[in-house]
Design a protein around this ligand. Sequence first.
Ligand code: HAM
Length: 414
Amino acid sequence: MAPERLKAPRGTFDVLPADGERRRSLRTAAERLLGGAGYAAFESPVFEDTALFARGVGESTDIVSKEMFTFEDQGGRSLTLRPEGTAGACRAYIEHGMHKRPAPVKLAYWGPFFRHEAPQAGRYRQFAQVGAEALGSDEPSLDAELILLLAELLEQAGVARLRLRLSSLGDAPTRAAYGEELRAHLRAREGELSEEVRARIDENPLRAFDSDHPGTRAVMDDAPLLVDHLGAADAEHFATVRALLDDAGLAYELDPTLVRGLDYYTRTVFEFESAALGAQRGVGGGGRYDGLVEQLGGPPTPGVGWAAGIERILLAAADGDEEPEADGPVYVAVAKPEAARRAFALARTLRPALDARVELEQAGRSLKGQLKHADRLGARAVVIVGDSIEVKDMSSGEQRTARDEHELLRLLAS
Ligand code: HAM
């Protein structure tokens, strides 16, 4: 009996070559953009102690209460595949004494994250995020800079029909006082609420803003709003962030009902959505988390950052035109078996000399088959290695003999 064929686990996917190339160019664009603003490459482990997320992201969040891939290692320690990157970045900041470095410490990352959610288009159990965090300064220019960098990245990636929602949650005491006021409002009209929201009044009243239950929505339409309760310093901070975005000409919508699914936020919060996506329209989001480092045992340290989903960026950009490769590769064809070693060496010489993609025949095709394959690859030229070395220009069809490597390079460069 033939062995059973295995498949990738539910909610995961393989990145096949065409997508791999799109991901690679997105990563290059992100690194260039973030690097240009001083965000240095940062990596943290794919798994961390479970306690990091419980304390950092919040026990009552969906992420921690329902969506974590948690397991015990051989030593009985509880580990979790990271569902997000901010808690790990703060853990590393504390662990490596980065508070002693000149502020702000700017970190950029790209890598896999894991959440046990119901899979659908744009929502996976393993997905990739690009992210940026700035630690050690509460300057509003960092909030604005980060929002503008994400806007630029999404625009460069060709993400269509974008909308930016922006709000401020104030500091922790403001949030706590507001939480009490909101709880009182919810309790006063408990009978109109959905069962889920009712069960969470104590734990997480803010989540009621996310509900699409009609009764709950009616209650929330009359709910007090946090932006009306900001203290003077928080209001001024938020006004400066908005002024910097206005100066940069970036459009946004003030949305006091914006609730992010993580507990660590203070002050600025934002989310980019694309109408090109279905139900999972959040392409990227983030905000300030001025209490998180301290909550994880570090010194009081403000921080701000964002993360964006690579798969969602590419899905939302999929409508756009595919970028054709500006210059096709050079193809090295083998005219007869005795020429294979020379062709192999030649391909290795040509790659650095031309600083271009050079493909080599590696599947035992006939010369005719090789020329057909080169055409399919969009090759601009084919180097035919046999008794002599010929260069065939694929657009004109013209074929010329190269007497030596020097002449070959000249012919390929022209
Ligand atoms: P988040 O909003 O939970 O924020 O995730 C950021 C982005 O990751 C989302 O906008 C979405 O594009 C993508 N994403 C999340 N879950 C999935 C999934 N199951 N499948 C595909 N894509 C997904 C954070 O993670 C925060 N750490 C952002 C942050 C950084 N805040 C401050 N600094």
